[in-house]
Design a protein around this ligand. Structure first.
Ligand code: AMP
Length: 363
């Protein structure tokens, strides 16, 4: 089977590395000027050209059996235009839902799954009204773009709102969200295959700094024991109602016995990198298995597993300082705060693992 991936970054790399082992071949669709260093040696790279016809693109990609994505900001019309030629997983409509924060939250609420309270705005007046209706403190975010905390304004009081208003581009669609005072930020990696089989990994606990994921640990240590079942139920509902195929990642805020959805990502996710350890089938392998209609693999780890991101440093073997550690390099040049690799770690002793993660994150 031949799989084409839209994108040529580290997520495409890790999917292809798993697929190669199972005898699949790959090609990658890169944006003009996008570096393909992460997927070097793993398949041919096609650079997207404006006005390229669907059939031409299909042929350039080596006539794939299935096309998938490593990012959510892709041209879903382009994806849909390839539907007559090959399977497209996840389907373009599901990807489109995740591309717009307003659409995404409305969709999730329509399934009876809670999110932060929100309102949409597309002018300065509408923004003022929305802020008034939701009530300060709020977070204003652009609906269409922005990741890792970019394109967001946290507003605590009226003075701050007045001060920040000129810096907010009100010609763009905006979402005004109530600030949630959450206990933890967690995520769930879920997967559904062509045949409709679903599987969900345990809840992962995530630690961010300046909007960037620093470390994850799974299973999350949660006071409320009903949250695992709630996460599984929410993920399965979302997967099924979108007729979704592949890995879907869901970020949640934990508030008491509630999980509020913050974001959906129609792809493998940084907070799921730990699944390469812990004796489970990794999110990358399960994504490939799902889109190629294979049986899904195990998702419940035998021990505690963690991941620490390597940001902006040279990835060298001397980073492997312990036996319970795995090094993953993305083959990238270091640049400040750039994700260049990660370490996975595991231990039966939770406290020791947490201490090890804290030390590594600090370093
Ligand atoms: P996002 O781009 O939506 O993932 O937001 C980036 C980060 O901002 C999240 O990881 C949270 O730490 C924080 N954040 C986003 N939305 C909210 C919210 N409604 N309430 C509190 N914190 C938020």
């Amino acid at each position: 089977m031949h799989v084409a991936i839209i994108g040529a970054g580290q997520l495409a790399r890790m999917m292809a590395l798993e697929g190669w082992r199972m005898g699949l071949s790959f090609s990658f669709l890169a944006n003009p000027g996008e570096s393909s260093i992460c997927v070097e040696g793993l398949g041919s790279v096609v650079e997207l050209q404006e006005g390229m016809a669907a059939e031409e693109l299909y042929k350039a990609l080596g006539e794939p059996d299935v096309l998938t994505v490593e990012r959510e900001h892709v041209d879903t019309e382009l994806m849909a235009s390839l539907e007559p030629y090959c399977k497209i997983c996840p389907n373009p409509k599901a990807v489109a839902v995740s591309q717009h924060r307003g659409r995404e939250k409305s969709f999730v609420n329509s399934l009876g799954i809670p999110t932060a309270e929100f309102e949409l705005a597309d002018s300065a007046d509408a923004l003022k009204t929305a802020v008034e209706n939701i009530g300060l403190p709020v977070i204003v975010k652009t609906c269409g773009e922005g990741y890792d905390g970019k394109g967001q304004w946290k507003i605590d009081d009226a003075d701050e709102f007045e001060r920040l208003l000129p810096s907010i581009d009100c010609s763009k669609e905006l979402i005004v969200e109530k600030v949630v005072s959450f206990e933890k930020e967690v995520s769930v990696i879920s997967v559904r295959s062509v045949s409709g089989e679903t599987a969900v990994y345990p809840i992962t606990e995530n630690e961010h700094s300046e909007g960037i994921l620093v470390a994850s640990i799974a299973p999350a240590n949660l006071q409320c024991k009903v949250l695992s079942a709630k996460a599984k139920e929410a993920a399965t509902k979302i997967l099924e109602s979108l007729d979704y195929v592949g890995v879907l990642s869901i970020e949640f805020f934990v508030v008491g016995d509630e999980l509020l959805v913050n974001e959906l990502a129609p792809r493998v996710h940084n907070s799921g990198h730990w699944t390469q350890a812990g004796d489970v089938c990794s999110q990358f392998e399960n994504h490939i298995r799902a889109i190629c209609d294979m049986k899904l693999g195990f998702t419940v780890p035998k021990t505690n597993v963690a991941m620490v991101n390597l940001l902006g440093i040279a990835v060298t073997p001397d980073l492997l300082t312990a036996a319970n550690m795995q090094l993953h390099s993305y083959n990238k040049q270091p640049k400040p705060k750039r994700k260049v690799g990660h370490l996975n770690l595991w231990s039966d002793n939770r406290a020791e693992l947490e201490a090890q993660v804290a030390e590594l994150s600090k370093a």
